[in-house]
Design a protein around this ligand. Structure first.
Ligand SMILES: Nc1nc2c(ncn2[C@@H]2O[C@H](COP(=O)(O)OP(=O)(O)O)[C@@H](O)[C@H]2O)c(=O)[nH]1
Ligand SMILES: [Mg+2]
Length: 399
């Protein structure tokens, strides 16, 4: 029997099983079985030669956004409107095969937008190019799920389920569960929050299903069986998702109003160019990008070319900024001067751990290596080095 049939069989068994205290453990075990099979499906087939024809799209710009949705909801139209890339024209025969990239220029940053066709065509069953499509979706910073406002609202659930089946978790934080496999010592189970969905016995059974007999488990929140399985599997990807209801030009105002009030949703019309600016602003907010302008000593900041950091990816401290500019800068930095919303006063003297915010201006003041040797000599019996350092700190203030 194939993996897909086995998943279907277990799902059928779960549907047959009544949910109550007595069946709780059995259901938990079945869930773990399905999770294991799904992971197997996503693994590349044994003996496959180096991934086949390349599907992987080179990363470009400061972030990546994936368009996901059923056919004919307006993904290609949206890509064309936002990026000027003619997706449909470029991909006429290959719509279900290729992924069309475009670039959005917004707030002096470049965001790669990907049209990912074919995500629903059996992606979770490992059919066709599903696996590669999923890999690209997982590499995105944000998913835009494009939905047709005039069609059934069930599409949103179907797609979300499909994405969940392949290990994507939309608008969800990783569960607060510490889990570490050990070589010996059995299973140590602890919790710092009252648990209502799972208990020690069920936890043991699930671990048993995974043939894990030595591990440390600590629940820091009231997590569910599914959360625990996610943590054991360890390959889940937590991504933000905005639900984009397109074609609001063909539905009534009441429907538009209702859809707009759904969580994480935005309503647009590509045809009437309605709300596209809001969509861009929303995308920008969700991606958590932080523009930092570098200011060379004694010069004006370069406001044309920001360094773009991300709070989700890599972080946005002064240290992250330094690493962006040049890899030796962290070592050479004496302190940083920061102007902007993250500074308590302008400029503020900061260390590497200072958290930067969007549109901050940063000047890195370097150690003067040769000078230091000289100063070192009278360090012990004079407070001059401190005064010199002080003067140096104050000097840029006057610029
Ligand atoms: N009424 C209406 N039709 C739209 C809108 N956006 C796209 N369409 C139409 O929907 C159809 C499918 O669009 P397409 O971009 O190819 O969808 P895709 O399959 O998701 O890439 C096309 O005929 C578009 O002209 C919209 O905002 N309103
Ligand atoms: Mg299309």
């Amino acid at each position: 029997m194939g993996i897909i049939e086995r998943i279907k069989e277990i799902e059928a068994e779960m549907a047959r099983t009544q949910k109550n205290k007595a069946t709780e453990y059995h259901l938990g075990q079945l869930k773990a079985k399905i999770a294991k099979l799904r992971t197997q499906l996503l693994e590349p087939p044994k003996g496959a030669s180096g991934g086949g024809e390349g599907f992987e799209v080179t990363k470009y710009g400061h972030g990546r956004v994936a368009l996901i949705g059923f056919p004919s909801v307006g993904k290609s139209t949206l890509l064309t409107m936002l990026t000027g890339t003619h997706s449909e024209a470029a991909s006429y025969e290959f719509t279900t095969l290729t992924c069309i990239p475009g670039v959005i220029h917004y707030n002096d940053t470049k965001i790669q937008l990907l049209d990912l066709p074919g995500i629903i065509e059996g992606a979770s069953e490992g059919k066709g190019r599903g696996r590669q499509v999923i890999a690209v979706a997982k590499s995105s910073d944000l998913v835009l799920m494009v939905l047709d406002a005039s069609k059934s609202e069930g599409h949103r659930q179907i797609l979300t389920k499909e994405l969940e089946a392949v290990g994507l978790r939309l608008n969800k934080k990783p569960p607060q569960i510490y889990f570490k496999k050990k070589k010996t010592g059995g299973i140590s189970f602890n919790t710092t929050a009252p648990l209502t969905h799972i208990d020690e016995k069920l936890c043991y059974q699930i671990l048993h299903e995974y043939k894990i007999h030595n591990a440390e488990v600590l629940f820091r929140e009231n997590a569910t069986v599914d959360d625990f399985i996610d943590v054991i599997e360890g390959n889940r990807k937590y991504i933000k998702c905005v639900y984009v209801y397109n074609k609001i030009d063909v539905v009534g105002i009441d429907d538009v109003d209702r859809l707009a009030r759904q969580p994480n949703s935005i309503v647009i019309s590509c045809n009437l160019k309605l709300n596209l600016d809001r969509l861009l602003a929303r995308m920008w907010d969700e991606m958590g990008l932080v523009r930092v302008y570098s200011k060379p000593q004694g010069q004006q900041p370069d406001f044309d070319e920001p360094f773009v950091l991300s709070s989700d990816r890599g972080g946005c401290t002064v240290e992250d900024f330094c690493n962006h500019v040049h890899r030796t800068l962290v070592k050479d930095m004496k302190y940083a001067l920061v102007w902007g919303t993250s500074a308590r006063h302008n400029p503020q003297n900061c260390g590497l751990s200072q958290h930067l915010e969007d549109e901050d201006v940063v000047q890195i003041v370097k150690k003067k290596e040769r000078d230091e040797g000289g100063r070192g000599r009278f360090k012990s019996h004079s407070n001059a080095p401190a005064r010199i350092a002080d003067r140096e700190k104050k000097a840029p203030l006057k610029q």
